[in-house]
Design a protein. Structure first.
Length: 486
């Protein structure tokens, strides 16, 4: 039997925005635990929880002050343990975020460094280089005694120095802490960025040390990170039950990305090349073929993701709910592991009109064109939202997109996902492309066929068999359907 993670459907829970268990307007671990029956019924195999550790919340938990405790906003360590145990009772695995590139500036280590002690755990220099922060602006901040420290993100997130054996040992201990508590794996934040180029050279004019368009400069895809991931894999393999590591790795090519999932490294890596592919049959086919070939070259499964907490929701990116529904059926039909971002099963769009005074994303505060608040608006559980004074307002127009409005309604996006997530468990076999009209994608996997029309006009897809599920009338503009054929 194949390992569970090779074809798992993994649901991303943005904890702050998923479900509020104590009525303070902020999602928490109690809220996630209360919704475990919903998630089990949805048909996913595992949950990925965004950071819930002790944090000043300058970057909503990705600035960690204590990696072994839960922030009071989200609950207690006992709540985390109860959530893990109860999820297992529902047949759900738990993957938690780990943030190894940087800590919070409130972390005891960095507070010690500010006092001039043990700065070797971070990257301090007498003079900064020309690197820029991914959030915009310089990647260096000066401290009182004149030295500068590196932060690839916000100044409140100082980068750790992974040349330090103490740093490496500390994170091996952190992994064991959570594995002992029962988690089934880790999503590794900025898995490509922990090791910096030797000597920290200037990048040079016109090639800044930040993401350029959709891709990062290869400057931060250093070969040295793979030694770290091999050490982490050894820890994961020492525990029973197939515990996994998932790389959030930005690499310039699929071939470079595949290096993170070699047999002795991490198990999966997010496929951002697929996420950013446009709604175009030829381009999607190219990305799918490339992704399958490169991951397969190292014996790893490919991952497929349409949305997450850092990008605009794909309903908005693709321009319509019809395309988003079709994209969901395409994605869930592909061989490998699929990720579902909370709320995408409801067809939620990006919220583009949040009042500026409510937007809190530190990336937006430094670069107004790149804010991520709009994809983090809380889940609408009922027609009135189901939250008491949520930390970001839920649009009134989401009433008919809520779980309450869609549950049990034939043809709703929620029911489309529920049906597709169950049917995909029966799909087996390699992907084989079939001839199809221009602007369409049709492939088979054994006796299963998926056909997608990415054009604006109806098309005869030429599939003869038992219709299993469809996002619209089969062959309609911007639609997808699954069949069982002889």
């Amino acid at each position: 039997m194949a390992a569970w993670w090779r074809d798992a459907a993994i649901y991303q829970v943005y904890v702050r925005s998923f479900a509020d268990g104590n009525g303070d307007g902020i999602g928490d671990l109690i809220g996630v635990r209360d919704r475990l029956p919903y998630l089990a019924d949805l048909g996913v195999d595992a949950l990925w929880l965004t950071p819930f550790y002790t944090s000043p919340m300058a970057d909503f938990g990705y600035d960690v002050a204590d990696y072994r405790d839960v922030d009071p906003i989200f609950g207690t360590l006992a709540d985390a343990k109860a959530l893990i145990d109860e999820a297992h009772e529902h047949g759900l695995r738990i993957i938690v975020d780990v943030v190894p590139n940087h800590t919070s500036s409130a972390h005891p280590w960095f507070q010690q460094a500010l006092r001039g002690e043990r700065r070797d755990r971070y990257i301090f220099r007498d003079q900064p280089n020309d690197w820029e922060s991914i959030f915009g602006g310089p990647a260096w901040t000066q401290v009182e005694d004149g030295q500068w420290y590196l932060h690839l993100f916000d100044p409140s997130q100082p980068d750790l120095d992974w040349d330090s054996e103490e740093v490496r040992g500390e994170f091996l201990s952190i992994l064991r802490f959570w594995l002992d508590l029962g988690v089934d794996g880790f999503r590794v934040d900025v898995a490509h960025g922990m090791v910096k180029p030797a000597g920290l050279p200037d990048v040079g004019s016109g090639n800044q040390a930040r993401m350029v368009g959709r891709e990062p400069v290869p400057f931060f895809d250093q070969d040295g990170v793979h030694e770290i991931h091999r050490a982490w894999r050894a820890v994961l393999d020492s525990y029973p039950g197939e515990r996994i590591g998932v790389a959030e790795a930005w690499a310039p090519t699929p071939e470079r990305l595949a290096r993170y999932v070699r047999p002795d490294e991490l198990h999966q890596a997010f496929n951002f090349h697929y996420l950013f592919a446009p709604w175009d049959a030829a381009e999607l086919r190219t990305v799918i073929d490339s992704s399958l070939a490169t991951a397969g070259s190292v014996g790893a499964p490919t991952t497929w993701v349409l949305s997450n907490h850092d990008v605009k929701r794909h309903v908005t990116r693709y321009g319509s709910l019809a395309r988003a529904r079709a994209a969901a059926l395409l994605t869930l039909a592909l061989p490998g592991s699929a990720y579902v971002y909370n709320g995408e099963e409801l067809g939620l769009p990006e919220v583009l009109d949040l009042p500026a005074e409510l937007c809190q994303d530190p990336q937006r505060l430094r670069d107004p064109d790149s804010g991520r608040d709009g994809c983090r608006v809380p889940m609408p559980w009922t027609r009135d939202g189901g939250w008491t004074d949520p930390w970001l307002p839920i649009p009134a127009a989401w009433a008919e997109l809520s779980v309450q409005a869609q549950r049990g309604v034939p043809g709703s996006t929620l029911e489309l996902y529920r049906q597709a997530l169950r049917l995909r468990r029966e799909i087996e076999g390699e992907l084989v492309w079939r001839d199809s009209p221009e602007g369409t994608l049709v492939f088979s996997r054994g006796t299963f066929v998926c056909a997608v029309n990415l054009t604006a006009t109806p098309v005869d897809l030429g599939v003869d068999g038992e219709l299993l599920i469809a996002s619209d009338v089969p062959g309609a503009a911007d639609s997808a359907a699954w069949w069982k054929v002889k």
